[in-house]
Design a protein around this ligand. Sequence first.
Ligand SMILES: *[C@@H]1O[C@H](CO)[C@@H](O)[C@H](O)[C@H]1NC(C)=O
Ligand SMILES: *[C@@H]1O[C@H](CO)[C@@H](O)[C@H](O)[C@H]1NC(C)=O
Ligand SMILES: *[C@@H]1O[C@H](CO)[C@@H](O)[C@H](O)[C@H]1NC(C)=O
Length: 312
Amino acid sequence: MHLISSVFASALALCGVATGASLQQVTNFGANTSGTKILSYSGTCWDVSSKEALTHNGDADSNSIVNMVSYTLGKYNGDKSRVFATGTSSGAMMTNVLAAAYPDVFAAGIAYAGVPATCFYTGTINGWNSTCSQGQLNLSQEYWANAALNAYPGYTGPRPRMRIHHGTADTTLYAQNYYETIKQWTGVFGYSTTPSTTYPNTPRSPYTRYVFGPNVEGILGQGVSHNIDIFGDADMEWFGFTISLTDGSGTTTTMAGPTSTRTTTTSVTATATGGLGGAHYAQCGGIGWTGVVTCVSPYTCRKLNDYYYQCL
Ligand SMILES: *[C@@H]1O[C@H](CO)[C@@H](O)[C@H](O)[C@H]1NC(C)=O
Ligand SMILES: *[C@@H]1O[C@H](CO)[C@@H](O)[C@H](O)[C@H]1NC(C)=O
Ligand SMILES: *[C@@H]1O[C@H](CO)[C@@H](O)[C@H](O)[C@H]1NC(C)=O
């Protein structure tokens, strides 16, 4: 696949790192079997504290990112069903804000060491909410879910799948923010805050992967600080690139990511997906497809044409 089929709107800014406001291509981010282009916009801290930033079409930073997504999709003829957000620190806070305020734009998000959407609210632009950063908020699942839902009142369409990474020894954005963010997205999807499956040492020690449902996962690093590890290969799996775009060229790729260990030969085999995959004959990929891209055992996802992949 050499067309630019995907646009990756990435909020990779680390707070305080001023790199100039420009759209840059990122290379060497995880396995790249699909020829995915990743475009990243970095600036200083994102505004995630004003009412405008936390509101759909509110004319603040979140709105600017979405405008850049539209521009980029047009310029590179991108696939609007494959727009994703990820980032660290301020970028992770923004990832949660984008997922809440623009569920119509983003298909999935991955937040590394952030806070839940609206947690950083101060009512000012680029404010710093220390009650939030220090992890002093311990609110209900319902509170956080409503905070996300109220960023785009009346919206009833699909919402991004979210994976939340954090370190337990984070003293910039305390680890309580991990639990509050898990409450937010499990609440939005109607899941329990108790994980249904736990994978120790995943993607590797000292991280543990917690699955709350098909659309929400947490990866918590024991003793890990704010300087958290980024798992690019696992991110590409979460976004569905390394699975759905395998074209049966015969190359063998074995990847140990948190989603599962997958072996690709002439088609894709997904193992241990915990019921995540499609049933026999279900669609599992193709242009415009936003559903699951794996199949339950023993079926494999096979490309029938560019528009239709099926579990066979
Ligand atoms: C993936 O491969 C394509 C085609 O070779 C390249 O243009 C793109 O920059 C690569 N992306 C990453 C993230 O490395
Ligand atoms: C910090 O955020 C919380 C909610 O996330 C809010 O209750 C509190 O008033 C905010 N603090 C400031 C100083 O605005
Ligand atoms: C948060 O609140 C819940 C119930 O309200 C309580 O069980 C839990 O221990 C609290 N967590 C922290 C870290 O204070």
